[in-house]
Design a protein around this ligand. Structure first.
Ligand code: P6P
Length: 331
């Protein structure tokens, strides 16, 4: 039985993660703050119907979205569990307008945690899967914390997600493949259940909110029509859960494509670059898939703001190459 923390310790040695060479295990210990938070969030979600944690908090987050009570619970858990870990310089959350500085000393504050504490929370009241998405960057030796937060996705030390579903799974990459863990209720540990996960070259699902179809750029409309008509050599089914982590996890395991194209309402895209698109793009590429905004590779987009949005297309190589051809992107 290999736990998440033991696996990260192995990655730490493999990757010679800077700043912790001498004190082996410090990076793994820091990352154990994530699994502690995930266990706290999972417990709240599992018993949501029994307590008063369903429904809206009655407040709005920085995105102007009604906060669900569990959004606040999840954000508090991430802030408390990660904020108390040595090595964390700052925390960036979807739920908070600005970053929380934990340790501004570059000698000890070595990593920036960027996360969506509970994505898809509008689905909670109907008992649909939700997830936590996380991205870890190094604090840059030069420049301030702001520059360290706004690094391109190619610079991520780690990216991944926790999916709270029939079982609770954690999937991550640190650049040497994608690895999956399942929460073992008996021990409370996230136990390694899939190592070096590979996204199929082609799938048979496409995943997009077709209610927006009339607002997509024409190339996307043509592309989805091609999928529907068997133009990629096979019949496709449509699957759209409306919870990004769940739609992504299915795409990772079964292949196919997930799309959130630009729309008239949101020409710059709806999903967030730093704590949704970048970590999932890192996982997708490390498993053999691809991720773009329709035109450019997501991981190469230079962020300008921590809550910046992007169009997000992610999936198997075959579908993503066909998308690039249809919308003029770089495959
Ligand atoms: P729409 C959930 O609110 C979320 O941020 C993602 O989890 C999901 O993929 C997307 O929005 C769904 O958006 O506009 O299709 O309801």
């Amino acid at each position: 039985m290999t736990t998440f923390e033991e696996h990260v310790l192995g990655q730490e040695k493999l990757l010679e993660i800077p700043g912790f060479g001498e004190a082996r295990g410090s990076f793994a210990w820091m990352m154990s703050g994530l699994t502690l938070a995930a266990r706290r969030i999972e417990a709240q979600i599992r018993s949501a119907g029994l307590g008063d944690v369903y429904g809206a908090e009655g407040s709005e987050n920085v995105q102007g979205e009604a906060q669900q009570k569990l959004d606040v619970v999840a954000n508090d858990a991430m802030m408390e569990c990660l904020g108390s870990r040595e090595g964390v310089a700052a925390l960036v959350s979807e739920e908070d307008e600005s970053a929380v500085v934990v340790d501004g000393d570059p000698a000890t504050g070595r990593y920036i945690f960027i996360f969506d504490p509970l994505d898809g929370s509008s689905n909670i009241d109907v008992n649909v899967n939700v997830g936590t998405i996380f991205s870890v960057h190094r604090r840059l030796a030069e420049g301030g914390l702001d520059e360290s937060m706004l690094q391109a996705g190619t610079e991520q030390v780690m990216g991944g997600y926790v999916l709270y579903g029939p079982s609770t799974v954690l999937v991550y990459t640190a650049g040497t493949g994608v690895h999956g863990f399942t929460l073992d209720a008996a021990s409370g540990a996230f136990v390694l259940t899939s190592e070096h996960m590979a996204m199929p070259e082609q799938g048979s699902y496409y995943s997009v909110n077709e209610a927006n179809a009339a607002e997509w750029p024409e190339g996307f409309q043509t592309y989805v029509g091609t999928l529907r008509s068997g133009g990629l050599g096979r019949a496709y089914s449509s699957r759209y859960i409306g919870s990004l982590v769940a739609d992504f996890h299915r795409t990772l395991l079964k292949g196919g494509v997930f799309l959130y194209p630009p729309t008239d309402k949101q020409p710059g895209g709806k999903l967030r670059l730093l704590y949704e698109a970048n970590p999932l793009a890192f996982v997708a590429e490390q498993s053999g898939g691809m991720a773009t905004n329709g035109v450019d590779r997501v991981l190469e987009i230079q962020p300008e703001k921590i809550h910046q949005r992007t169009a997000f297309c992610v999936g198997s190589r075959r579908e993503m190459e066909a998308l690039a051809a249809a919308v003029g992107g770089k495959a």
